[in-house]
Design a protein around this ligand. Structure first.
Ligand SMILES: Nc1ncnc2c1ncn2[C@@H]1O[C@H](COP(=O)(O)OP(=O)(O)OP(=O)(O)O)[C@@H](O)[C@H]1O
Length: 253
């Protein structure tokens, strides 16, 4: 059985059919990319699967279990993590505290208990800090372990968001345009990081406009256009698909 199964998924915002009747499966361990022109519905699809939006109709199953309509925090505990197209970093916190937020999302069902700061929780906080430092190292931010978030470059903050998502110990990580706004060197580094995440056993779902990165990394690609599934397949299959060329790649050639 596939790790994620999406069936006939739709969401309508008033008259706008942002996602229409989309079905696909994602097998564990792969890099799966979602591409399509601006406004095709990519971010909306991420928002549906990660619980930000409730679908108008359709089903989403994680390991066979229906997850559509569940809250993002519950999905985080079930192993669905994400980053955002627009950075969602707390600038008044340190870099490492931002990463630790991810671990708390994974662990804390009872915020009141956390607020009491019991000794057992203080010990756990030390462990989480060590775990967060390791993750910062993993994403290439080892030198920022003691830094404030507002002292970091945009490229470093993009990685910090990835570290925070990894702190949820996800099975599936959704990366929404991880290379957007990065220079070519940083883009190559993020490309390598995505590969490293997939190699560590976390299934990656990627929305990215950088076609070189998408073609280089993806095991499978879903192409959306006007909210509908236009094509799905390997990079070579998608690239050769006349509908895709007409709707998307052709306009960028
Ligand atoms: N909350 C919302 N309310 C109303 N319309 C929305 C909402 N979210 C998305 N849309 C509309 O749904 C469509 C799909 O938008 P979406 O942001 O998912 O596209 P996208 O493929 O991610 O685009 P981009 O590549 O520009 O990020 C657009 O027409 C958008 O205006």
């Amino acid at each position: 059985m596939s790790l994620l199964q999406v069936r006939n998924l739709s969401i309508h915002f008033g008259g706008v059919k942002a996602v229409q009747n989309v079905s696909f499966d994602i097998d564990a361990g792969i890099v799966y990319s979602v591409i399509g022109p601006n406004g095709a519905g990519k971010t909306t699809l991420f928002n549906l699967i990660t619980g930000v939006y409730k679908p108008t109709s359709g089903e989403i199953r994680l390991d066979g279990e229906a997850i559509h309509g569940r809250a993002p925090s519950e999905l985080a505990r079930r192993g669905v993590a994400r980053t955002f197209q627009n950075l969602q970093i707390c600038m008044n916190m340190s870099a490492i505290e931002n990463v630790m937020v991810g671990a708390h999302l994974r662990l804390d069902r009872n915020p009141f208990k956390a607020a009491l700061r019991l000794p057992s929780l203080r010990r756990r906080d030390r462990e989480l800090r060590a775990e967060a430092a390791q993750l910062m190292d993993f994403v290439g931010l080892g030198q920022y372990v003691a830094a404030r978030a507002d002292a970091m470059s945009y490229g470093a903050l993009k990685r910090l968001e990835i570290a925070r998502a990894l702190a949820m110990k996800p099975r599936l990580i959704f990366l929404d345009e991880p290379a957007a706004g990065l220079n070519p060197k940083e883009t190559i580094e993020v490309d390598a990081l995505v590969r490293k995440i997939a190699d560590s056993g976390v299934t990656v779902v990627l929305v990215e406009h950088d076609m070189k990165m998408v073609m280089n990394l993806s095991d499978r690609i879903l192409v959306l256009d006007y909210g509908k599934k236009l094509a799905e397949g390997s990079g070579a299959e998608v690239r050769a698909n006349p509908d895709v060329i007409a709707a998307y790649l052709g306009t960028h050639a």
